[in-house]
Design a protein around this ligand. Structure first.
Ligand SMILES: Nc1ncnc2c1ncn2[C@@H]1O[C@H](COP(=O)(O)OP(=O)(O)OP(=O)(O)O)[C@@H](O)[C@H]1O
Length: 260
């Protein structure tokens, strides 16, 4: 495959996924393609299966049916995917840059290159000045940015984010949302972002996948909404509330169907 073909191929392709635990099926019939550098948000009510889907897409959970194909990059200095969780999961006994270097340890990089890569990625999240600090001396928002830097340092094709801002206060959350919008222009990664916050999904994503119940039985995709609005100033855009409402209605409708 030449460079041009590779650039237009999906980085991730999921087909006919059924996911669950033991005999229980949580999600059924999920298809999803992710283009290079695309940002897809997954929303839905609590317990519908958002995190389960994310884990399956990352290959951490085996589907009951269907397949997930994640483009495997052969470059020895990067990984095909990485993940950011709700809590940053930093090691308190390692300085900030050493936490970022942690994910790089299995890659073909010298110690010096690891250090260099960690510092570059910390600059990307505006934390270059904090490289020598201990995690415990950073605010919650700064710690989460270190977690994002650690995930980006491996130069993933796909960055999975599982409610990464939900433990933060409202002001910090707004700031990190704005930073993620800016970061998108500076990273090659496609992003799959799980959130229960519909406004957050519309603010950040190119496309929103809505999970919901469709009557009795397992949940599935009840809507796919393209967010065809400019990223810059999106929250103030005339179409913003309309997209949020469209998604709320889909989640609401799905819930009504379920209770009938
Ligand atoms: N390891 C597990 N074993 C059994 N059931 C599980 C397991 N993990 C999740 N589930 C069940 O699968 C369903 C989906 O859970 P999941 O965490 O994916 O939902 P979610 O949409 O991410 O929820 P939330 O928004 O509350 O985080 C739930 O009913 C949950 O109880």
């Amino acid at each position: 495959m030449n460079r041009h073909e590779s650039a237009s191929q999906p980085v991730l392709k999921a087909q006919g996924l059924s996911l669950g635990f033991g005999a229980d099926t949580v999600l059924e019939g999920v298809d999803l393609d992710l283009a290079p550098q695309e940002f897809v948000a997954i929303v839905g009510a609590s317990g519908v299966g958002k995190s389960t889907l994310l884990r399956a897409l990352a290959g951490l959970l085996k589907p009951q049916h269907g397949q997930v194909a994640l483009r495997k990059d052969t470059a020895p200095d990067k990984r095909s995917w990485s993940m950011v969780f709700q809590a940053p999961r930093l090691f308190p006994w390692r300085r900030v840059h050493r936490n970022v270097e942690l994910g790089l340890e299995g890659l073909k990089l010298s110690r010096r290159e690891r250090r260099q890569r960690a510092l570059e990625t910390l600059s990307l999240v505006d934390l270059a000045d904090y490289a020598e600090r201990w995690p415990g001396t950073l605010s919650g928002g700064q710690q989460q940015r270190v977690g994002i830097a650690r995930a980006l340092a491996v130069r993933p094709d796909v960055l999975f984010m599982d409610e990464p801002f939900s433990a933060l206060d409202a002001i910090t959350r707004r700031r990190l949302q704005a930073e993620l919008v800016a970061l998108r222009t500076r990273t090659e990664a496609a992003i799959v972002f799980v959130t229960h916050d519909i406004e957050e999904a519309v603010l950040l994503a190119d496309r929103v996948i809505v999970l919901g119940k469709r009557g009795e039985g397992p949940a599935g995709v009840v809507a796919r909404v393209d967010i065809d609005l400019p990223l810059e100033g999106r929250r103030e855009h005339d179409g913003f509330a309309d997209r949020v409402y469209t998604i709320e209605k889909r989640i609401g409708t799905a819930a009504t169907e379920f209770t009938l």
